[in-house]
Design a protein around this ligand. Structure first.
Ligand code: ATP
Length: 937
């Protein structure tokens, strides 16, 4: 095995490889032909198979594959052809995914995990584990760390962590639930999915065993066997080259066992061929197909966000991953439709190209550690220079850092005091015992101390205990050299220290930001709540990793650029919110802003797409519901007819008896009646079957609808959050004097995520302001209304107002919720038309709050409030008297005097100190309180 990692290259396009595996079956269909050498399979299907007619008119479907694995292909061969190349690439730093697709019972689990009966039946995962540790051991000059995670996803959106050591699992609910979360930069994070470090093959196999056991034990009727759930087993590999600690290659290797791909709602082979009516039993497979189709057709929007599965596989499909698919087929006559369907799916997948590149990153933790160490050394050096290398000089003031800042007080001495000797001995002892290569011996910056430390170390090296006496005072060897040259060096050293401090600060900031991942990490790098998440400590170097190597040797400008690159969100972030324009009109009307945002946001596309699918599903459910009811009605009609017939026969028999005849029908009539009864019974059975079919379909569609609704809600929430961040960024641009002024410019775009993350684009807040905002945040939507209010020009300009909005958390930025946006009634606050407040006036009058429609004059800035529409009468119901507005005549110099305490609490965070403006604010809040009270009433 070669000792070097493959050198990193730029992104390369690589098509997803597709293999077909045919399961051994007792009675293979004669209509399936396969050529393992040429890699194709062919299905000959009678044209009229729907009605079971066999004729000579056949249709053939031939599908080519990258490789065909015949029924007699052993597990070893499958591993060598399918997974080994992907595993080797993963050791070089490329992400990899192997996934199995096919109907229930076609051999997916056998392929991915393997059979349990014979050692030779081990599947891809255990074989990959063995090969991984063997290859890693053979690659000398590199160290590898391996972590494992194992996720099970049942139905559409619920994910469970299968690796929960030490917990007794009896049901699925006993396993920790896993959620996916997208961060500001668009990266997916798995929350609650644990990652376990495995240093040996045995530990890794134990983890696999634990996960598989939990999977079986936690089976419920809902996810019976593996047919209904997807499982993702992931090997997280971290490789470092000896001597280049800060550069790390991280890759993820997923093994995915998908749920059975069979469909419901088939209406015969012909329809199935066209994939018209058929629906997957498992909704997330439907979404997976949507993603595949979008990628294959090169659509601009790929709906990854529709399901947990597609989000987890985002990088594997169309992203930075070497992906291989195994299409599993059971070549039996009764499965021919599903087999063709599986092959069609594989053909689509085969047309998808991924862009693969080595994941080489700077390990920020290591960089910070190295910088800190270097800094400490520099400080020592600085202090030493400062002290002029004074021979025998000793400062009694402690830290070397102080010296670096210009401390003095050196005394001319020739020997250490006893206390100093004691401290030094302990320092040397600790230094010697610390196994860390980063350990420092931080002695006082004086040659006296340094020499004494050397003497101690020498003594220890020669066998003397460190507790022994420090040899006599070292002779003064360093002459004072505080000339001009030393001053220059001192200055430049101080600058280096400051720069490095700054670097440490920036890197720590990045690290903290990435710390979102401490709850979870990149979708492909799940976190371990107990052990350090692998992705949380690094940032991606510029593809080939060339930027990483020379960080410390760069000029200050280059370093600044590097720092900016580190801070900027990755350019590969999929579907960012639209660029932030700066527009007065948008800032003034959030609903308009929201419309503008929706028109350009990919998240809105996702919502629209969801709604379209949901609508279609509703239609389907409605049609199925009608079918169910109709079938039920027909059954009861048939039963009633049967009853009537039986009754008629009984009556006729009675009549015959009464008329003196026998009660028995003649034979022909008996036969006719019996035949009639049979026919009616058969009809009832037929209707019952139709009823059951429709009912089952209805149930499946309802389950789909539930999943879709949940996904829709998530997408709506996302859209809302995106909008809030986007709006806050625009407001921050306004506050910063129009930083984002270039409409849709990249400068504007760059501010959006930063502002959303509450970074420096937001105007700085005083501690008091921050404190004041807290209660308003708790007030939820009330704050939202307040933050969107118009202000008189004299009290607060737009810039200030926007600055406040930007400084507020997104949820407090006065933005309409999605629901309220859809149902919002329009209220206009017209200051100029507001009736003068009086104690007798209704609160609505007093504030100028009134129901639309009157459009205010051009000079008056209208504001739509995101409140549910209420009839004007509800604004001031007799049962809910509003707090009286402060009378203008009695306006004291303190605008808050006499204000309702609740009103005051709500308004307080906005008070400006300007009495006139504050009076407006109090008035507004008083009116608003009345309005809210009215609505509640
Ligand atoms: N290549 C094979 N050689 C021997 N036995 C196989 C092979 N493939 C599958 N089997 C057997 O066929 C049965 C069904 O296979 P498996 O459980 O892997 O199907 P599956 O596609 O994973 O189904 P599900 O969707 O329910 O998980 C198992 O008993 C398995 O051992």
């Amino acid at each position: 095995m070669e000792g070097a990692l493959e050198p990193a290259q730029g992104p390369q396009a690589q098509r997803i490889g597709v293999f077909l595996r045919l399961r051994p079956v007792a009675r293979p269909s004669g209509r399936i032909l396969a050529s393992p050498q040429d890699g194709w399979v062919q299905f000959d299907v009678p044209k009229d198979a729907v009605q079971g007619l066999i004729n000579n008119s056949r249709e053939s479907y031939r599908f080519p594959f990258d490789g065909l694995l015949p029924p007699d292909a052993g597990q070893g061969e499958v591993f060598d052809r399918v997974a080994l190349p992907v595993l080797r690439a993963a050791l070089d730093g490329y992400n990899g995914t192997v996934f199995a697709f096919g109907q229930t019972g076609s051999g997916k689990t056998f392929t991915i995990t393997g059979g349990t009966e014979r050692y030779a039946d081990r599947g891809l995962i255990p074989r990959a584990i063995s090969a991984l540790f063997a290859e890693a051991a053979a690659r000398s000059g590199h160290t590898y760390a391996v972590h494992i995670s194992y996720l099970e996803q049942i139905y559409n959106e619920s994910g469970f962590d299968l690796l929960e050591p030490g917990r007794e699992v009896r049901a699925l609910e006993d396993l920790p639930r896993v959620h996916i979360q997208e961060d500001d930069s668009g990266a997916m994070h798995m929350r609650n999915l644990s990652m376990h470090r495995c240093d040996t093959e045995e530990q890794a196999l134990n983890m696999l065993f634990l996960g598989d056991t939990n999977r079986v034990v936690a089976e419920t009727p809902l996810n019976q066997a593996s047919s209904r759930s997807h499982c993702v087993f992931t090997l997280h590999i971290e490789a470092r080259r000896a001597g280049a600690d800060a550069l790390v290659r991280r890759s993820k290797l997923h093994f995915v066992d998908l749920a059975g791909s069979e469909r419901v709602g088939k209406s015969g082979l012909a329809a199935h061929m066209q994939l018209k009516e058929a629906k997957y039993i498992n909704l997330s497979l439907h979404f997976l197909e949507q993603v595949i189709i979008s990628l294959q057709e090169g659509r601009p929007h790929v709906p990854y966000r529709n399901s947990l599965l597609t989000m987890v596989l985002r990088d594997s499909l169309g992203g930075n991953t070497r992906t291989v698919m195994v299409a599993a087929v059971a070549p039996e006559a009764q499965h021919i439709e599903e087999s063709i369907s599986t092959c069609r799916f594989a053909q689509r997948v085969a047309m998808i190209s991924n862009k693969v590149e080595v994941n080489e990153e700077l390990d920020l933790e290591v960089v910070i550690r190295q910088l800190k160490r270097e800094n400490a050394l520099l400080r020592q050096e600085l202090a030493l220079l400062r002290s002029g290398g004074a021979d025998g000089g000793s400062r009694g003031d402690g830290a070397a850092a102080d010296a670096a800042q210009g401390g003095s007080g050196l005394e001319q001495r020739t020997e250490l005091t006893e206390a100093e000797q004691h401290v030094l001995r302990r320092q040397v002892q600790a230094f010697v015992e610390d196994p860390s290569p980063d350990a420092l011996l931080g002695v006082e910056p004086s040659m006296l101390f340094i020499q004494a430390a050397f003497d101690l170390l020498k003594g220890m090296a020669r066998g003397a205990a460190p507790g022994g006496p420090v040899d006599g005072p070292a002779p003064a060897r360093v002459a004072a050299a505080a000339g001009a040259a030393a001053e220059v060096e001192l200055h430049s050293l101080r600058q280096v220290v400051q720069r490095q401090e700054q670097q440490i600060k920036v890197l720590s900031g990045v690290l903290r930001k990435q710390g979102v991942g401490s709850m979870g990490t990149d979708a492909n790098t799940p976190s371990d709540p107990t052990s350090r998440p692998m992705s949380s400590s690094s940032t991606r170097s510029s593809g080939s990793g060339s930027a990483a190597a020379g960080w410390q040797g760069l000029s200050p400008q280059q370093q600044a650029q590097q720092q900016q690159q580190v801070q900027r969100p990755s350019s590969s972030v999929a579907a960012p919110p639209p660029a932030v324009p700066y527009s007065d009109a948008l800032l003034a009307d959030q609903h308009k802003a929201f419309e503008y945002f929706c028109a350009t946001s990919p998240a809105h596309d996702a919502v629209a797409e969801h709604k379209a699918v949901l609508r279609a599903r509703y239609e389907e459910a409605r049609a199925l519901g009608s079918q169910v009811s109709a079938a039920k009605q027909r059954i009861s009609d048939l039963k009633a007819a049967m009853e009537r017939r039986r009754l008629g026969r009984s009556m006729a028999a009675l009549l015959r008896q009464q008329q003196g005849g026998g009660g028995v029908e003649d034979e022909a009539e008996q036969q006719r009646e019996a035949a009639e009864e049979e026919r009616a019974k058969a009809q009832v059975e037929q209707e019952k079957a139709a009823y059951r079919t429709s009912y089952e379909q209805l149930k499946a569609v309802k389950a789909d609808i539930d999943g879709l609704q949940a996904a829709l809600e998530r997408n709506r929430a996302r859209l809302q959050a995106d909008f809030q961040a986007w709006f806050a960024a625009m407001a921050a641009g306004a506050a910063g004097g129009g930083v984002a002024a270039a409409s849709g410019s990249s400068a504007g775009a760059a501010t959006a995520p930063a502002a959303a993350a509450g970074q420096s684009q937001s105007p700085p807040q005083t501690a008091q302001q921050q404190q004041q905002q807290q209660p308003s945040q708790a007030a939820g939507h009330e704050w939202a209304i307040a933050a969107a209010r118009p202000r008189s020009g004299r009290s607060m300009g737009r810039t200030q107002q926007s600055a406040r909005a930007a400084a507020s958390p997104p949820e407090a930025a006065g933005l309409p919720s999605f629901a309220s946006w859809k149902t919002a009634g329009s209220f206009h606050f017209d200051q100029q038309q507001a009736a003068p407040p009086s104690s007798g006036g209704s609160p609505a009058d007093a504030s100028g709050l009134r129901a639309a429609p009157a459009a205010p004059a051009a000079a008056v800035r209208p504001l739509k409030l995101a409140l549910p529409a209420v009839p004007p009468s509800a604004v001031s119901p007799p049962s809910a008297p509003a707090p009286a507005a402060p009378p203008p005549a009695a306006e004291s110099s303190d605008p808050t005097a006499g204000a309702d305490p609740e009103v005051l609490a709500a308004a307080k965070p906005l008070l400006t100190g300007n009495a006139a403006a504050d009076r407006d604010i109090i008035r507004f809040y008083t009116a608003r309180a009345a309005l809210l009270k009215g609505m509640r009433a």
